[in-house]
Write a protein that binds this ligand. Sequence first.
Ligand code: ADP
Ligand code: MG
Length: 380
Amino acid sequence: MSPYLTLDDVDVNGLAVLVRSDLNVPLDGGAVGDAFRIEAALPTLERLVDSGARVTVCSHLGRPEGEDPAFSLRPVAQRMAELTQKTVVFEDEGEGQVRVLENTRFMPGETKNDPALADRLANGVDLFVQDAFGSVHRAHVSTVGVPERVKSVAGPLLDAELKALSRFLEEPERPYSLILGGAKISDKLAVIENLLPRADAILVGGGMCFTLLAAKGIEVGKSLVEPDMIESVRRLLEGYDEEKIILPSDVVVAQEFKEDSPAETVYVRHIPEAMIGLDIGRETGAIFAGVIRDSNTVFWNGPMGVFEWERFRAGTERVAHAMAETSGFTAVGGGDSVAALRMLGLQGEVDHVSTGGGAGLELLEGKILPGVEVLERWAK
Ligand code: ADP
Ligand code: MG
């Protein structure tokens, strides 16, 4: 039994339904770049229309300071209209089956969960559907204020995210491993802290592995190190069986942080003083791939190297393929990790692709997500 209601628990026929979707699409010169978030949001909206609801959808887009036409949802509404058989209108411009509201971040008070704005947005709404997993870690009007005021349920996307990610917190099938990478250890240390006691192995690559290596006294040259984090990392490593945290044995190093910089592979104990580690090495890639394939539950967040540049992509590619080949339950989270997976055409090969970077991390840190907690009161 889930602690919140879902669309399966309510009859929406004839209701005015406000949906909070994640339509925070990448923009490309004023137009919608990649439409995958619109495509992901549509089935929920179409299902509501087909069930007889009058549907309004809202979302934030980017981080505008107040009303900034560059962040309008108008192009999103246009693209949505092209992608669905339903009629779509923007704001109050005519009649349609789905009404798209302007960027919630244009509404003064949204990010402060202002009560007056919440009253206004909730006015006339019979049912609120929270379907934007990527936003539920924030207490805004469109995530907390509105669902405090009107009956609310979790939409199918949110429900799927929570169900998938809960498998990494509650009784995961063993062996259970975690692959972490990306730029900064400071973003993900809390996740490591929370999951270390539960996981059988934590494999670390990406920029963040160099702070861990440095904490163990290894010279990492000019690689990305967060000096402020070394003490906390050291304390964390001390409390645990060293074998549980698997660090790279070899890395690809470059002379400069540049796409075409000359590069070579070295053992981590031989990183030249003047060089920067930009990917895990082949040996490490093979070890990581082996652990992934032997796991029954695997979560991956953070690229293994600067995958945007071909020369430093091999480690991420190796891990992505291992994730795709594993028969265990596999999930990938994080904007850049998902981008890497999509770039390799492997997004359909893992069991769950998590869309909410920050929200996913906070959930795995063991934090309560305010936009989910508020839904629970309607299930009581
Ligand atoms: P995600 O979005 O999947 O959570 P992050 O945002 O934490 O991942 O990190 C992604 C970024 O980390 C990528 O842009 C990648 O280039 C960078 N990165 C990976 N490895 C390194 C490295 N060794 N040095 C510097 N940056 C790195
Ligand atoms: Mg990122």
